[in-house]
Design a protein around this ligand. Sequence first.
Ligand code: SAH
Length: 211
Amino acid sequence: MDSLEKLRCEKMAEEIADKIAISPALYDALKSVSRSEFAPFSAHAFSLNAQPILASQWISSPLTVARMSMALDIDESVENVLEIGCGSGYQSAILAYMVRRVFAVERVERLVGEAKKHFANLGIRNINLRHDDGNVGWREFAPYDRILLSACASKIDDRLFAQLKIGGILVAPMSEGGAQYIIKFHKISPSEISQENLGACEFVPLISGIQ
Ligand code: SAH
């Protein structure tokens, strides 16, 4: 990362930290992962707004990425995270800075190709990205300590809860009565899942099937 990019990422991280409480690990990740690599328009790369990317999809606002990352309660015990809806790849890259392994699924093939290029350009090697409908999760590498949905669901597929470790956390934007909320689920036992509403949010919808 060149020094200007580093400075701009630092400023962005500070701006986010002024708005919400973030952990030192997340602050480091925001400062260290090149935002310009993932954002399509360099003039807006550091804005705290979401922006359009390929295939009528959006790169999440870095503030949203920070909120979702904090909701996951990442600590040293977390080894692997599954993200559904990798899009630009920025959220996965932030998580990959904080945990050992990230698995990500994206339903739009062109976005998978682009995200893989971004990871390669930045030398990120601990993200495995797959082109698939994320509703099925990614069984091969399950169970996961954390699962993050980056697109808004009306219901969480049972297969995703099945791929979450006991004691694990799943965070998802969920639609209810025309609004969207960030819901944090705790898997307490194989059959017991508690949930907590972390407030309103805005995401593109989770869509079944691939493109
Ligand atoms: N995490 C991304 C956010 C991208 S927007 C970022 O940091 O930029 C949400 C993404 O979810 C879109 O790319 C969309 O194609 C994808 N998506 C929607 N439904 C999906 C599904 N069923 N499986 C996998 N990806 C899905």
